[in-house]
Design a protein around this ligand. Structure first.
Ligand code: UT7
Length: 323
């Protein structure tokens, strides 16, 4: 059977690092509060000329280099983002153009922090369905541009960045020994839509709006939702936490990451954590974390890796891939 196998990874971060101490100068907060409640120590914030498309392009080029491929080899560009350069056209099309591609097809995916898991699951279906042979799956965000910088309950949490994977069709045996995406589990429940949202949009206010979140409410649901889809992935593949080499979670809050891993019996040495360096970069957080763990040699070919995320909507999902 056809599998979607990871061939390359890449990442991009804005030039400017903003530490918790720097935020203390503009909002009533403290490094101690932020570290204790979230694990975040710093985040990267986009400056002039740095956009979701420019960061996404940079991450895509890095992933292509890592894969030893060029834009000519790609037929699908899929971008997970909630902070597109424009309402339309899709940022994926903008990135396609920046890469000099006039072939293939490109579109955006909107599932907020779960965007990268949704995008990987979608790209996998396109590849297994024979519509594309190779896909660039990108998570790219500039959440700094939709934050209310006077709201300390949200502005300290998020950061900007992008990450990308190149995945390609390869023959597999149809067993969990195959390399590639092995299973994906997507969920959403719109009855929670007012707990994490943006208070504007093209069809309502005609403005971009700002991010609003009832943090405690999101927190309350996070661990149960995350563990539920991960358990679904284990059940579908007949695997357990012991078979897993790496858990690469969405990086929103260290306490959510630790709580989920503990509930699933996954030891902390197997969990990739980058929230301290990047903050919450929404759809970019998983591919950024993957890039860090691949570059430093932790994630290796053949490893069993679980991706998971939960975010606005609510949306949540898990995807198991053999690297
Ligand atoms: O990526 C999408 C998914 N999003 C998430 O996963 C976020 C989920 N939620 C969270 O991570 C946590 O709920 C937060 C980190 C947002 C907040 O942590 P918490 O432990 O739930 O704190 P809280 O909201 O209950 O606030 C505790 C106190 C409040 O003061 P009072 O009412 O107890 O006097 C807040 O006003 O902390 C105060 N507070 C702050 N203090 C200093 C809120 N923000 C800050 C701040 N600095 N930045």
């Amino acid at each position: 059977m056809i599998r979607s196998v990871v061939r390359g990874y890449g990442a991009a971060l804005p030039k400017r690092v903003v530490t918790n101490r720097e935020l203390e100068e503009t909002v009533e907060t403290s490094d101690e509060w932020i570290v204790q409640r979230t694990g975040i120590r710093q985040r990267y914030i986009a400056g002039e000329g740095e956009t979701t498309a420019s960061l996404g392009e940079q991450a895509a080029r890095a992933a292509l280099d890592n894969a030893g491929l060029t834009p000519d080899d790609i037929d699908l560009v899929l971008v997970a983002t909630s902070t597109p350069n424009n309402t339309f056209p899709a940022t994926a099309v903008e990135i396609q153009n920046r890469l000099g591609m006039t072939h293939g097809y490109a579109f955006d995916m909107q599932a907020v922090c779960t965007g990268f898991v949704y995008a990987m699951a979608t790209a996998d279906l396109h590849i297994r369905g024979g519509m594309a042979k190779r896909a660039l799956v990108i998570g790219a965000e500039t959440f700094s541009r939709i934050l209310d910088w006077n709201d300390r309950t949200t502005c300290v949490l998020f950061g900007d960045g992008a990450g990308a994977l190149v995945i390609e069709a390869a023959e597999g045996e149809g067993t969990i020994a195959d390399r590639g995406v092995l299973t994906s589990h997507l969920r959403s429940d719109g009855s929670h839509k007012d707990k994490l949202y943006v208070d504007g949009g093209p069809s309502t206010t005609g403005t971009v709006g700002h991010l609003r979140m009832e943090g405690r409410e999101v927190f309350k649901h996070a661990v149960a939702m995350i563990t539920d889809v991960i358990e679904g992935a284990f059940a579908a593949t007949g695997t357990t936490a012991e078979d897993l080499d790496w858990l690469v979670p969405h990086q929103a809050n260290r306490r959510i990451i630790d709580g989920s891993a503990k509930k699933l019996g996954i030891p902390s040495e197997k969990v990739v954590v980058t929230v301290d360096m990047h903050g919450n970069t929404s759809a970019a957080s998983i591919p950024l974390a993957l890039s860090v763990a691949c570059a430093d040699g932790r994630i290796k070919k053949g490893d069993l890796v679980m991706l998971e995320a939960m975010g606005g909507g609510f949306t949540w999902g898990a995807l198991m891939v053999r690297w």
